[in-house]
Design a protein around this ligand. Structure first.
Ligand code: NAD
Length: 538
């Protein structure tokens, strides 16, 4: 009997994916039917726990950052942070030690102090335990976003997590609860909210250029053919598909919704005067996905959970509709769609950026034109440019020029990082809070529930637990008064200069190089010099 039990246990274990977290369906989600709608039992807010809506923390003059996950996405993030005044890259961590070490080159190039290196599956724990880190920046694979972010929050650190930041509802709720319990920032790193067209159109929408925006669409349509084989391969994954293909194979729903969802959710004022109430999803069968697995394993692939294209539709309390698409499989041009349908105008980004307004509306929003204008057509070139010039977003005005120099998806990555640091340095609420993180990341599990039940309607959880209508004037970016901003920037510049001066004064890089081959004595000399250097960074 005992023998049979252990055989059954072993079989059950083999049937499990390499981590139980791997799927978009949470192990703990409970739901019931209500008149044909799937209603999820959401956790109540623990007594005494406060919302983090509009959370503002004391100003951080120097933002001390630890990076975890330094692959294709994390490495350039480190380089970008060397361009942002008033930050210090304190620690670098990757599963693969060489990847962490490789990023030191960006610090060395700028004469900034060397960072501490961590590696291995759990190297992030020691990084999070450091008392000299304010922000843990997570750019690991999807499987690791949650354990790293959870540990960082538990250690009292603010976190910023690459997209999607949580893989299922259980993870969304745990991050919300931790952020609320600890009153810390837990931000989704949704860079597409900072792209030129999205920001300009958002500014227009906020100022009524399109009237009431009643429908918005977004997408992530990007064939990942050139990338599947270069994603990191977890050594414990049996078939060595790489984390992303593995995840697609085992998870249904829009598992990468946030690039499309983030920018339109901001236009729609989600949880700032509106609330998503209902979601339905539908996907195609998997054709390419299965082929990708078969090509790599040489065996038939019976099940591939993610459809080649997934469509998710949502309706809000104010009667607006959001449509999000996901397709990383079929060959077609890159497309995030981004269309805004308003009662007085229309905006669309792909394949060519356009706006459409009547002549009367164009005049009413402060743009004159002698061109022939009709809302049956897109605005002609001169009127398009005049409209964009008038409604250029102040964040683009502030960070745009340097963003073009530094780059990162055309500069939007730099703008996102700069805004995060700006808000922390000025003690302001962040542009994206933990409720955004949950609302944009949960499409995977909600869509999965919908499609696994014949595309049924699913009630969308209120992650704010009763605060969706507290903010009356819609989504707005926070800004410091100009005089404050100038003071903060000068201080930030001085703090970066102090790092450069200290690095030179104590010859930190020569000492660091010596530790690679040196004895304990050399290591101690380096540590001592780092302590002295750190004392000068103030
Ligand atoms: N916002 C964007 O435009 C954008 C673009 C690309 C990727 N991403 C996101 O960035 C993340 C990383 O993607 P990528 O393309 O860099 O993948 P990647 O495979 O190149 O890198 C993942 C890295 O995580 C590391 N890692 C794995 N387990 C770890 C652990 N326990 N501790 C520390 N590091 C660990 C791996 O060693 C690898 O270096 C993903 O979430 C992805 O969705 C976002």
């Amino acid at each position: 009997m005992k023998k049979l039990q252990s055989i059954l246990l072993a079989l059950a274990f083999m049937a499990l994916p390499f981590s139980a977290d791997a799927q978009s369906l949470s192990p703990s989600t409970k739901w019931h039917w209500n008149e044909g709608t799937i209603v999820i039992d959401n956790p109540v807010r623990p007594a005494g726990q406060k919302s983090v809506l509009q959370l503002a923390l004391p100003k951080m003059e120097l933002v001390r950052v630890g990076f975890v996950g330094l692959g294709m996405r994390g490495e350039p993030a480190v380089e970008r942070y060397t361009e942002i005044y008033g930050t210090q890259i304190v620690a670098l961590c990757d599963f693969v030690p060489e990847r962490a070490e490789n990023c030191q080159k960006y610090l060395r190039k700028k004469n900034l102090p060397p960072a501490a290196i961590y590696s291995g599956e759990f190297g992030y724990k020691a990084l999070c335990e450091r008392p000299d880190i304010d922000l843990v920046y997570v750019a690991a694979d999807w499987e690791h976003h949650f354990p790293i972010a959870k540990y960082a929050l538990e250690q009292g650190k603010n976190v910023a997590i690459e997209v999607p930041s949580a893989m299922n509802l259980e993870q969304c709720w745990e991050l919300i609860n931790l952020a609320e319990a600890k009153q810390l920032h837990c931000m989704i790193l949704e860079n597409c909210c900072y792209d030129w067209y999205e920001m300009t159109a958002l500014n227009m929408a906020q100022q009524g250029v399109f009237g009431e925006v009643i429908r918005a669409a977004g997408a992530y349509i990007h064939t990942l053919e050139p990338f599947w084989d270069i994603y990191w391969k977890n050594p414990t994954e049996k078939e060595q598909l790489g984390w992303r293909l593995y995840y697609n194979r085992h998870s249904r729903g829009d598992i990468y919704a946030t690039h499309g969802m983030g920018p339109v959710a901001q236009v729609m004022n989600i949880h700032r005067g509106d609330q998503i109430k209902t979601l339905v999803a539908m996907d195609t069968k998997s054709v390419i996905g299965k082929e990708l697995v078969e090509q790599r394993t040489g065996k038939p692939c019976e099940e591939f959970r993610n459809g080649d294209q997934t469509t998710t539709l949502m309706r809000t309390a104010n009667g607006h509709v959001i449509e999000i698409e996901h397709n990383t499989m079929t060959p077609q041009p890159y497309n995030r769609i981004h269309t805004l349908t308003g009662t007085k105008g229309y905006a669309t980004k792909y394949p060519v950026e356009h706006y459409s307004l009547s002549k009367e509306q164009l005049n009413a929003v402060g743009v004159q034109s002698d061109e022939r204008i009709s809302y049956h057509d897109f605005l002609p070139e001169k009127a398009h440019k005049a409209l964009e010039d008038k409604y250029r977003h102040p964040i683009l005005v502030k960070f745009g020029e340097k963003a073009l120099e530094v780059g990162g998806h055309g500069g939007m990555d730099y703008i996102m990082d700069s805004r995060l640091v700006y808000c922390l340095q000025n003690g302001l609420p962040l542009d994206m809070d933990v409720y955004d993180l949950a609302e944009w990341s949960c499409l995977a599990e909600l869509g999965s529930l919908s499609m696994d039940h014949n595309c049924a309607a699913v009630e969308f959880p209120d992650f704010t637990r009763g605060h969706c209508f507290d903010i009356k004037d819609g989504f707005r970016h926070a800004f410091a008064p100009v005089a404050e901003e100038v003071k903060t920037e000068a201080r930030a510049k001085a703090l970066t200069q102090a790092q450069v001066d200290a690095t030179k004064k104590f010859d930190l890089w020569t000492l660091y190089d010596a530790t690679k081959t040196g004895t304990d004595k050399v290591r101690k000399a380096f540590d001592k010099a780092m302590t002295k250097a750190q004392a000068l960074i103030k």
